[in-house]
Write a protein of this length. Structure first.
Length: 388
């Protein structure tokens, strides 16, 4: 299926109409299987409530958009409201800065799926690496969404970092396997930048975050797919049944996740750690004294943590699951732009059943650090037997 509805996407620019048509055509990676989208659109056509949700990193969270209304997710929700004024359109933004699909797969059962979305658009093309590991975590998120009782639709949006890089190659394998409609901000705009017909700063506010015009393009490429499917939407009686979710492409490990902060997960041992409040996951375990120990009993075949990294008084922690190889975690970060939640796998391919995770604050630290503080934000598991 090719996009045939190609309106001008941006107004008041020097981009010619034929160039915008070419960009719109390039934006379509795949229409995939539109059956789920058809059912959601039919629901809106009937005037029912539709929940539109987006999940991703800071781009989805709205970084560098001048107003909330100019974020790409809000603009997608606006399309639904403008197109179906008879329906109630609810919008959920589950974007959190500096998070990838690994944390997205863990957060989904807490911050996305309880809203019962009818459509989920995922954007992790910048924060994820272009690797099989990232494809596996995206696959887990995808399977969680598609297996919801209300059979929601899901789309992928691929943004880009400076230089035109993203995780599209590996993410596209997942999208293709599950028949997800996919659109690419990168494919649409990077050729224009390379050819000199567009400057990076025309659509980007920094190295990764779109400006208002970039957000508008992201939304427009998603909305073009929605408009195309709507234009050919059958009568309700002629809608095809939704096909079953296929077997995993890589694994179903991240279909089954747990995600525990200091409010949801209690340690079996706590020597020297206190609880503080911290963005973006709430209650966090914090230690400053060397030798402080935390231990947890966890269940799953993969055990991971998220911890805070920032340029400051940060130290090192040694993390270990059972008798597997220890992993050193460093809270120090040498950049000045702020801090972020770092996801780190501690052990994987574990036997089913319960395991012991141990963390100890070490004597060592980065030479530039002024202290040993460490903030453990989340303990996450994946694999059958470890889900919520």
């Amino acid at each position: 299926m090719e996009l045939t509805l190609l309106p001008l996407l941006v107004f008041g620019t020097t981009v010619h109409a034929q160039d915008e048509a070419a960009m719109a055509a390039r934006s379509l990676v795949s229409m995939g299987d539109v059956t789920r989208l058809q059912h959601v659109l039919a629901k809106a056509r009937r005037g029912e409530e539709v929940v539109v949700a987006v999940i991703g990193g800071s781009i989805t969270g709205g970084a560098m958009a001048s107003t909330e209304e100019n974020r790409w997710g809000n603009l997608v929700a606006k399309w639904w409201r403008d197109t179906f004024p008879q329906a109630t359109i609810k919008f959920v933004n589950a974007g959190i800065g500096a998070t990838g699909s690994n944390l997205g797969a863990g957060r989904a059962s807490l911050e996305l799926l309880p809203h019962h979305p009818d459509l989920v658009v995922a954007e992790f093309g910048v924060n994820d690496g272009n690797t099989e590991e990232s494809a596996e975590t995206l696959e887990g998120l995808t399977r969680q969404v598609l297996k919801q009782p209300n059979q929601p639709a899901m789309m992928l949006l691929f943004t880009m970092a400076q230089g035109g890089t993203n995780a599209q190659e590996w993410h596209g394998k997942v999208g293709g396997h599950y028949g997800l409609p996919m659109v690419s901000f990168r494919d649409a705009l990077w050729p224009e930048i390379e050819a000199g017909r567009m400057r990076w700063e025309d659509v980007e506010a920094d190295m990764v975050h779109p400006n208002d015009r970039g957000h508008a393009y992201c939304a427009a490429f998603v909305n073009l797919v929605l408009a195309e499917v709507l234009a050919k939407l059958p009568a309700d009686a002629d809608l095809a049944p939704i096909p079953p979710v296929p077997p995993p492409l890589i694994s179903d490990a991240y279909e089954f996740t747990s995600f525990g902060n200091a409010e949801r997960l209690q340690p079996t041992t706590n020597q020297g750690w206190s609880i503080v409040e911290m963005w973006p996951f709430g209650k966090t375990w914090e230690a400053t004294e060397v030798g402080s120990v935390l231990e947890f009993d966890v269940t799953g075949t993969t055990v991971a943590v998220a911890f805070w990294r920032i340029k400051g008084d940060m130290g090192w922690v040694q993390a270990q699951v059972d008798d597997t190889e220890p992993v050193m975690l460093e809270g120090w970060f040498d950049q000045d732009w702020g801090g972020y939640s770092n996801y780190q796998v501690i052990a994987r391919n574990l036997a089913p059943g319960q395991h012991r995770l141990r963390l100890e604050l070490l004597e060592g630290k980065a030479p530039e650090s002024t202290g040993h503080r460490f903030d453990l934000q989340v303990v996450m598991t994946a694999g059958r037997g470890g889900g919520q």
